[in-house]
Design a binder for this molecule. Sequence first.
Ligand SMILES: Nc1ncnc2c1ncn2[C@@H]1O[C@H](COP(=O)(O)OP(=O)(O)OP(=O)(O)O)[C@@H](O)[C@H]1O
Length: 362
Amino acid sequence: MSTRTSPATGPEEQRIEVSGLTKRYAEVTAVEGLSFSVEPGVVTGFLGPNGAGKTTTMRMILGLVAPTEGTATIGGRRYAELRRPSETVGAVLDASAFHPNQSARGHLRIYAAMGGYPDSRVEELLEQLELREAAHRRTREFSTGMRQRLSLATALLGDPRVLLLDEPSNGLDPDGIAWLRRFLRSFADEGRTVLVSSHVLSEVQQIVDDVVVIRRGRLVAAGPLAELERSTRPAVLVRSPDAERLTAALRAGAHGAAVSVEAARDGWLRVRGVDSSQLADEAAAAGVRVHELVTENASLEELFFQLTSDDPPRPQGPQEAAGPEPAGTGPAAAQSGQPGRAERSEQSEQSEQPAQTEGSLR
Ligand SMILES: Nc1ncnc2c1ncn2[C@@H]1O[C@H](COP(=O)(O)OP(=O)(O)OP(=O)(O)O)[C@@H](O)[C@H]1O
């Protein structure tokens, strides 16, 4: 992606570590005891509903907000301890703040001059971010996608190894999102670190490899998105007057190795690893009565909603979330025992500032 050489540093130099991070304002606890790590070589989504504390966390990582407790480090150093911050981390917290009469090239040249980078770096970035043809145009004429790319170009002036983007997909059309996905993939493929926040999982679902999900400033899930997706494979909800015998029969049955059974609400069981007809057949073979069967197809978005809604799952730590887990209990395991929609309906019957663009503290 970059015409410069790939980072020569090891993964530990590019890892973001957040440990016990807390930020209290007078009346609001924006972030509370938050711990997670962001690895290089993958794109990590930082997810949570509006007000969950994503921006505050990113600002703490960037040294723009002082934590009340805990630490946030990049390559083991707090932002203020970084030797060359703009060559370590670039950030876009607000992709709309440009002088309206400034051209893209003019804007980049100003930032390049402030950072001590040559004009040739500006030309490189205009090319890389596909802005060369628009370079002379005033930024007030720019589309959301072009603004996003100009912000990225600004953040990349120092060729940083770590990139933080706050809600980059906001307002982008499908082409813009596809472009962003390709760009971030290529950035991560160079062994660099990418943290991208969003309050809409579906917007970044195609972009991210790993996820960190927070709710009200606390961690609710962390780990590979694929794990989260696995935990959304269809489940069968079953109600039986003899749940224990049914569980034993399913575990001992033909699909036993793949079967996971967990208790849901009101005596229902949530079974994964068999479909409804296989489950019914196994119950019949074992002579166990079944009263109701419902297939539950929770989408990833529904799962995200469950994780972050006001009926919260048990918060879980990153190691716990990322570690190996039995089938059906991926990072989303925190939602176990919480019935999905199908069940519910059935039963109801800056010294040197980071290379980010402007954005005021809230
Ligand atoms: N400077 C501040 N003073 C007081 N409260 C603040 C301040 N900054 C953030 N907050 C509060 O902290 C909480 C977390 O806000 P934050 O902006 O970090 O969330 P977010 O997940 O980024 O949400 P959004 O997607 O809406 O930006 C909110 O309740 C917010 O009102």
